[in-house]
Design a protein around this ligand. Structure first.
Ligand code: UT7
Length: 331
């Protein structure tokens, strides 16, 4: 008989760089206002990486507290998944750089490209790899330095993003705990509403693409907004349904922190009260693949998640991608 295993998050961590850029700092850089940014997005400030820091460095600083919280040593990690849209290099993967920096001599490593849904995808994949018996302890990290892929002359995007990393260790749990279900989706036909046009082989970087700003993030904000509300609401309900749960069963809802208006619209649609959500977009901006991991770690360390709670992670982003994970919290 095949042994049934359960797997989920055993520990979390996060890191954001020291430097803070406020809305009033941005007022001096582009034609914007604190009032516009607050009312349209809920963002008040964001953290930016120092030039000496790369995405892999943020990963390491988020990973160490996650490994410690799981009661493990780096040597216990046997696989690394890094979700990022801002890797140190196209090759090698950021996960391999993290593997080296942490000295994880027994670990495989690879990156996931799933935009802002990356942490949701990583949680689902890693939990199922542990359930299959292939690995015991998988380090997952969502990390971004989007400040280096942002056009600082484009007010429609440069006010939105922040840098940071959120990490978790996935391992075996007791029966009935850990990941109960996942729902992952995508629609590549809408890829061009949120992309970096000159970033790969389809449109190689040239002097002209640099001058025209096509090497930076391009987003059709209102289109992405509508798709985010629609898909994050639906994917949350799909994941709950797969777990045999109702929206009323949610104890903590962690949504991708892109825009407070999106988060509130989904909360209203699902009837989730404010005390069952963690919102930090005001302090960190949109940290893309890092946002769910950062918010989850903050909620856990603030004592807002306890053993047995139903925790739902929900994300949406470039691809387009979306997804939700339903977990019964183990610690
Ligand atoms: O993380 C991945 C997923 N990303 C998202 O989920 C982001 C989704 N989109 C959004 O959050 C919102 O669409 C934005 C925050 C990006 C934009 O908010 P919006 O309410 O959709 O504004 P808009 O793009 O429709 O622009 C409204 C107006 C425009 O001016 P006009 O044409 O009405 O005169 C813009 O030019 O606001 C103007 N505008 C700004 N004004 C001051 C755009 N950016 C700014 C700015 N400061 N930074």
């Amino acid at each position: 008989m095949i042994e049934k295993r359960y797997a989920g998050i055993l520990g979390t961590g996060h890191y954001v760089p020291e430097k803070i850029l406020t809305n009033s700092d941005l007022e001096k850089m582009v034609d914007t206002s604190d009032e516009w940014i607050r009312t349209r997005t809920g963002i008040e400030m964001r953290h930016l990486a120092a030039r000496s820091e790369n995405t892999s460095d943020l990963c390491v600083k988020a990973a160490l507290p996650a490994i410690e919280a799981a009661g493990l040593e780096p040597d216990d990690i046997d696989f690394v998944l890094v979700a990022t849209a801002s890797p140190d290099y196209v090759v090698p993967s950021t996960a391999c750089l993290v593997q080296d920096k942490l000295g994880l001599t027994h670990a495989g490593a690879m990156d996931i490209s799933a935009g802002c849904s990356g942490f949701i995808y990583a949680t689902a994949l890693a939990s199922n790899l542990v359930k299959s018996g292939m690995y015991r302890h998988i380090l997952i990290i969502g990390a971004e330095i989007l400040s280096r892929l942002t056009n600082w002359h484009d007010r429609s995007t440069c006010v939105l993003f922040g840098d940071g990393a959120g990490a978790a260790v996935i391992g075996e749990t007791e029966e009935g705990y850990g990941l109960l279900s996942s729902d992952l989706g995508s629609d590549g036909s809408l890829g061009k509403i949120l992309d970096i046009p000159a970033s790969g082989v389809a449109e190689p970087v040239t002097h002209r693409s640099i001058d025209s700003g096509r090497i930076y993030i391009h987003m059709e904000g209102p289109e992405v907004f509508k798709a985010a509300v629609r898909h994050m609401g639906a994917t949350t309900l799909n994941a709950l349904d797969k777990a045999g749960l109702q929206k009323e069963d949610i104890d903590m809802f962690i949504a991708h922190q892109a825009n407070n208006r999106i988060i509130q619209a989904i909360a209203k649609r699902l009837g989730i009260p404010a005390d069952k959500m963690w919102v930090n977009v005001n302090r960190f901006g949109n940290t893309s693949a890092a946002s769910v991991g950062i918010a989850l770690d903050e909620a856990v360390r603030a004592g807002r998640v306890k053993r047995g709670d139903i925790v739902v992670l929900s994300g949406f982003g470039a691809g387009l991608t979306w997804g939700s994970d339903v977990l019964r919290w183990i610690y």
